[in-house]
Write a protein that binds this ligand. Structure first.
Ligand SMILES: [Ca+2]
Ligand SMILES: [Ca+2]
Ligand SMILES: [Ca+2]
Length: 844
């Protein structure tokens, strides 16, 4: 977790008496089974996320602070993948008197219901599965009770099956078999996660171990779990055979033709006697400027007690260290699972290298210096963004990140298609027929995130963010060679053009192509088949680069080598969304300004599309239920669009419309409208700024209220995608508010957001930004190289994800949970603005 001078024994002695380690599991007020070191959750989180099996649900165990087991449920395959069917939870009943949690599970596709009853029995939980009707025949031999173990916490550790010792494999290399596709249990909406290469057969992993008594990790007491079943056979599988994000799966098949109690397991996670979670010392791994407030947040086990003092040490030039400050640690209070305290060492201001010590815990070292924030966006700008440029080959030194993807272009998506990445095509509303090539779309644009689609809304945000960066801060940094003619990008090779301009051009090229060739904005340009959507590797190998010709057989190429019968071409989902058109209009107006004088042709085309989409989008919105809903929600319609169009054209009516909208929007919700209102200041007179003043004061009250809402004083979200994006936005708005209203809002709010991003947050204290500036950045991210347990420099993780009812987590040894570890192109360009705004604020 962090560098530690480890003297654990005094802690054990101190706290062993406060909660007897021999205590049994108890059903607590938060409706899970608990003893010190073990949280045993039964469907506190259901399979209701947007992407089927998110490895976040069912029966879960948080074992000595780490969620190492999840996915406990009736499942229909040996090693469930993300798009395998997941059960609906039809009921969840907690019976305090009986000490049980009962859940009803249903697979509507098979009209298959089951019930799971979990009962604490001493230090174990007994899991009983009941069927009121026999298993549907179609699921015999497939339906079973599964429990999944986190590979990175178990690999290389030992396990015993019926007393026989083996080791969890570091990498999957166990036996598989193939079965006819007809035997495959249906996957999500009938899609297939696999390409059978014309064999008509799917791969099914074989168990690596079978028995009735399974003991995981006897060699690692914090991970030791015993599972037994007298009747049912336990089988251990390696889920990574089918999907790199698979877990180890322990399962038993449900018996055919039986009702009543059909399966019973006993699961006993070990609790280490006297264990108390090591304090997590939150601080900025990037460091601090001398004048800024410096407050470390200490996250503590509720069994732990707050120490009176903490210390700051300085690393001296001869390599020795000396204590330079000792100060009080003040209790903040409880926040979900842990309790928190704060240590203020703002008085340490001399530039140098330091570390913190809290009892036996020593932090990584950090720097105090005027320039610590100067390089926080360099990796994002020089490395992460150019690597995500679509339709280009991207080279860095000796390494090619990817070749030129999607050379065959994009086909019109067929009508009435639901998509696995949450899009859908309604009736075709373009001049193209289903599966007809839409010309001109394979240019420019950015990969969405860890996947390779062009998410139009995100790409609009990207261009908007980059223009905002360009217009406000004029970054002339030139570290990237970009040639649209060669379709080639070379990292760390200056070419005489500011990179931000080239990035704006690249995004605009694709979006203008959409508007011109489709007539309006597509929702997405995305994969047509699921088995290349989850692609890991070179983006240029996702499709075969040949036009799809249905007259050929799959895997067959035409005589001229230009087309193939493999239906792997990407699709454009074109269903018109006027709100998206308005967002595009805003972005095109901004892009046309930035590109003027650099690429005049593209600048003119962008402005033409902006005006057209503004007019058409506004009319469509006025006449659509969506428009009415947006107004009902207090959305501010085309307010930002009007501002951007005024700035681009100087036409007064755009400004009048903006002014008419901005004050009611602020009155409705100052927190959501303040950023747009601040954006207008450079174009308005002093009276606008003065009228805005009370709203900024109101916003300050909100910012201050965060200090009592959570120990970190920034907006920590509890959603299914962690909240570093909202912390970054908060930091950006705080920076601008502080710049325009320094007498109301000081720089400390923006700096608090920076500290959170760089390590002062729950769970661990690693910087959430890959690679740059920090002593200890996170090491694994959900990028397109996630199978290598690696990162793309400059990526910004969503961060610390909330799991119901009381757990925050961010895995740094397991990249595959997107809600914690997947940086996005919109989020990362938003981080670029935050970095620039912060630097601008501090250089004042
Ligand atoms: Ca996507
Ligand atoms: Ca350049
Ligand atoms: Ca193709």
């Amino acid at each position: 977790m962090k560098k530690t001078v480890f003297i654990f024994l005094p802690l054990l002695a101190l706290f062993a008496c406060s909660r007897p380690s021999g205590a049994d599991l108890k059903l607590n007020d938060l409706e899970y089974f608990e003893r010190q070191g073990v949280n045993f959750l039964v469907f506190s989180n259901t399979f209701s996320g947007g992407f089927n099996d998110e490895k976040n649900s069912g029966i879960e165990v948080i074992h000595h602070g780490v969620r190492t087991i999840q996915g406990g449920a009736i499942r229909l395959s040996n090693t469930p993948e993300q798009w395998d069917l997941v059960p609906q939870s039809t009921s969840r009943t907690v019976n305090r008197d009986a000490g049980t949690i009962e859940v009803g599970l249903r697979y509507p596709d098979y009209d298959f219901d089951s019930r799971i009853v979990a009962t604490a029995v001493g230090k174990a939980v007994r899991i009983d599965v009941y069927l009121d009707k026999p298993l549907p025949e179609a699921l015999e031999g497939d339906a079973g009770f599964n429990l999944e173990f986190l590979p990175s916490q178990y690999w290389n550790k030992a396990y015993l099956m019926d007393g026989k010792a083996s080791r969890f494999p570091r990498y999957s290399a166990s036996l598989t078999t193939t079965r006819p596709n007809e035997e495959k249990v249906k996957q999500f909406k009938g899609y297939r996660t696999y390409d059978d290469r014309g064999t008509g057969r799917f791969v099914d992993p074989l168990p690596i171990s079978v028995g009735h008594s399974f003991l995981a990790a006897p060699d690692a007491p914090e991970r030791m779990v015993k599972v037994t079943s007298e009747e049912a056979e336990l089988m251990l599988f390696d889920g990574r055979l089918l999907a790199q994000n698979g877990w180890y799966v322990l399962r038993s098949l449900l018996p055919a033709g039986k009702t009543g109690k059909v399966l019973s397991w006993t699961v006993e996670p070990n609790a280490v006697a006297g264990w108390v979670r090591e304090p997590n010392l939150g601080f900025s791994q990037v460091g601090y400027i001398p004048s800024q407030p410096k407050v470390a947040v200490v996250e503590l086990d509720k069994q732990d007690k707050v120490r009176a003092t903490a210390e700051v040490y300085r690393v001296k030039e001869d390599g020795t260290t000396a204590k330079v400050f000792s100060g009080p640690v003040k209790t903040w209070g409880d926040f979900y699972k842990y309790k928190y305290a704060k240590f203020d060492f703002s008085s340490v201001t001399e530039p140098g290298v330091y570390f913190l010590r809290y009892g036996d815990v020593q932090s990584d070292d950090f720097i105090i210096g005027e320039d610590v924030y100067d390089r926080i966006t360099d990796a994002t700008s020089d490395v992460w963004i150019p690597i995500h440029m679509n339709h280009m080959m991207v080279n860095e030194g000796y390494r090619v990140w990817h070749g030129e993807p999607f050379r065959e272009g994009y086909l019109q998506a067929p009508a009435n298609t639901d998509h696995f990445d949450l899009h859908s095509q309604g009736v075709i509303d373009t001049k193209y027929k289903a599966l007809q090539l839409i010309p001109g779309l394979n240019v420019g644009g950015y990969f969405d995130a860890g996947d390779f689609d062009i998410e139009t809304g995100s790409n609009i945000n990207v261009v908007q963010n980059l223009v905002s960066d360009w217009e406000r801060f004029k970054p002339l940094r030139d570290e990237t060679f970009v040639s649209q003619e060669q379709r080639y990008v070379d990292l760390h090779r200056p070419d005489g053009v500011p990179d931000v301009l080239q990035y704006i051009e690249h995004g605009t090229l694709n979006l203008v192509a959409q508007a011109e060739n489709i007539g309006h904005m597509a929702q997405t340009l995305s994969n047509s088949v699921l088995d290349n959507y989850h692609h890991l590797g070179d983006a240029a190998s996702i499709t075969d680069g040949l036009h799809y010709d249905p007259r050929l057989k799959p895997y067959q190429k035409s005589a001229d080598g230009k087309s193939s019968g493999t239906p792997d071409d990407m699709w454009a989902f074109t269903t018109r969304n006027p709100y998206l058109d308005l967002q595009a209009a805003t972005m095109f107006a901004a892009a046309s300004r930035a590109l003027a004088g650099y690429n005049d042709d593209l600048s003119r085309r962008a402005l033409t599309q902006s005006k057209r989409l503004m007019k058409e989008g506004t009319e469509l919105m006025a006449n659509s239920p969506m428009g009415a809903r947006a107004r009902g929600r207090g959305g501010f319609g085309n307010m930002s669009t009007n501002l951007q169009l005024f700035v681009s054209t100087g036409e007064q009516h755009y400004l009048d419309d903006f002014v008419q909208q901005v004050w009611p929007a602020l009155d409705r919700n100052v927190n959501s409208a303040i950023a747009a209102a601040l954006d207008a200041i450079p174009y308005m007179d002093d009276s606008y700024r003065e009228r805005l003043r009370p709203y900024v004061e109101q916003y300050k009250q909100y910012m201050d209220s965060l200090e009592v809402q959570n120990p970190y004083g920034v907006p920590i979200g509890l959603g299914n995608w962690a909240a570093s994006g909202s912390v970054v936005s908060f930091g950006t708005t705080a920076s601008f508010a502080s710049k325009y209203f320094p007498d109301i809002i000081g720089p400390e709010y923006a700096l608090k957001a920076a500290s959170y991003m760089f390590g002062c947050h729950p769970y661990h204290n690693y910087s959430l930004v890959a690679a740059v500036g920090a002593t200890r950045p996170k090491e694994v991210f959900y990028g397109n190289n996630r199978a290598d347990f690696s990162f793309i420099p400059g990526n910004v993780a969503p961060g610390v994800l909330f799991r119901h009812p009381d757990h925050f987590e961010n895995y740094d040894d397991w990249p595959f949970l997107w809600g914690q570890n997947e940086g996005t192109i919109a989020g990362n360009t938003g981080y670029l603005i935050f970095g620039a705004a912060l630097q601008n604020l501090l250089s004042r």
